[in-house]
Design a protein around this ligand. Sequence first.
Ligand code: ARG
Length: 118
Amino acid sequence: EKAEKADGKVLKMATSADFPPFESYDKEGNFVGFDIEVAQAIADELGYELEIQDMSFDGLIGALQSGRVDMVMSGMSATEERKQNVDFSEPYHRSGEMFIMKKDADINSLEDLKGLTV
Ligand code: ARG
């Protein structure tokens, strides 16, 4: 069992629940996703109750700055502009999407793509 939940200790987290698999709703209307589970684990560890506020992505940083929430987890990337206004944690997820081509395409540079036909 984790630390006991101290009375009234609430961790307020804001998210924009339109970004599966990080944050969205299940059929019953519950928040689900990777960020939701990480936030719950953080709250459990601290002995806080997790309260999630869904809002538009553009409103997240303002909600944090005005103190309406304690943290934001919303699949948010640490851009230089955002770093001027908020403190980012260490990255907890790295995406490495790539495009793929046929094995025998032998593409090693942008140059090799020129004139390529199927
Ligand atoms: N990673 C992108 C960003 O930081 C997209 C995040 C969108 N997240 C969301 N919950 N809609 O801009």
